[in-house]
Design a protein around this ligand. Structure first.
Ligand code: PEP
Ligand code: MN
Length: 264
């Protein structure tokens, strides 16, 4: 279903009036995790003022250590939606557990993110395949392009074809960066599938200063959008502060990207 052989024309995924894969570059931005209502509101304002059209925020976090902050849970969805409504932005949030799908639908989360650690959680993929919300399918930590395409097929088979691939860096031999952004995967996927492909340079690089270069590389390689971590005060972030852009850095990056592509 996701193959370009089946459908030669690009699929455009629509999210409350925003098009992903429609030719212009869409930017999704926001904090790694929802922390407090004011943090989320400040983040949402920075995101809108910087020019992004979609807001991200994790309420359920797949942390490496069970002793790390796990996300606010349902309260985080509340803060996320409140901040998003104030700024008129659609929201993206990660779903980790099938049992919370109805809650995500009740909270009207516009785009469901399937994180890297769940790319091959086939039961979760089948469930989000039965709903009509767009799904961002992040690449697994060490997943091949063909495994990633097949994971999308698990979603599509249920009838939900609103799938967006997100390259977020893969495990490599080199610990110099958090992950290695696989720029090659962008044109490979664009050739194999009609679905949109976006890039998360924040989790790929793991350092805020790497994000602009990786963002430019992603657009040059043909990405349909970016997902960026933005925090009002990265030094105080509860999660992934090293890779978060503050408001000024985010604004500068958006200005840097506009001449490179038609940024929405
Ligand atoms: C995220 O986007 O919040 C996240 C946890 O990313 P990944 O699944 O790519 O590690
Ligand atoms: Mn993060």
């Amino acid at each position: 279903i996701v193959s370009r052989e089946v459908q030669p024309d690009n699929t455009v995924v629509h999210v409350r009036g925003q098009a992903i894969g429609g030719g212009a570059v869409q930017v999704i931005a926001g904090p790694c995790a929802v922390e407090t209502a004011p943090q989320m509101q400040q983040a949402a304002r920075l995101v809108r003022e910087g020019g992004a059209r979609l807001l991200r925020g994790g309420a359920f976090k797949p942390r490496t250590s069970p002793y790390s902050f796990q996300g606010l849970g349902v309260a985080g969805l509340d803060h996320l939606q409140e901040a998003a409504r104030q700024q008129g932005l659609p929201v993206v949030s990660e779903l980790m557990d099938i049992r919370l799908l109805d809650t995500f639908l009740e909270y009207d989360i516009d785009v469901i993110e399937i994180g890297a650690r769940n790319m091959q959680n086939t039961d979760l993929l089948k469930e989000v395949g039965r709903i009509n919300k767009p799904v961002i399918l992040k690449r697994g930590l060490s997943a091949t392009v063909s495994e990633w395409l097949m994971a999308a097929e698990y979603i599509a088979i249920g009838g939900n074809h609103n799938i967006i691939f997100c390259e977020r860096g893969v495990r490599s031999f080199d610990p110099a960066a958090r992950n290695t952004l696989d720029v090659t995967a962008i044109p490979l996927l664009k050739r194999e599938t009609h679905l949109p492909v976006i890039v998360d340079p924040s989790h790929a690089g793991g350092k805020a200063w790497l994000v602009p270069a990786l963002s430019c590389a992603a657009l040059a390689a043909g990405a349909d959008g970016l997902m960026l971590e933005v925090h009002p005060d990265p030094a105080q972030a509860w999660c992934d502060g090293d890779q978060a852009l503050d408001g000024a850095a985010f604004g500068n990056l958006m200005a840097q990207l506009r001449p490179l592509a038609q940024v929405m």
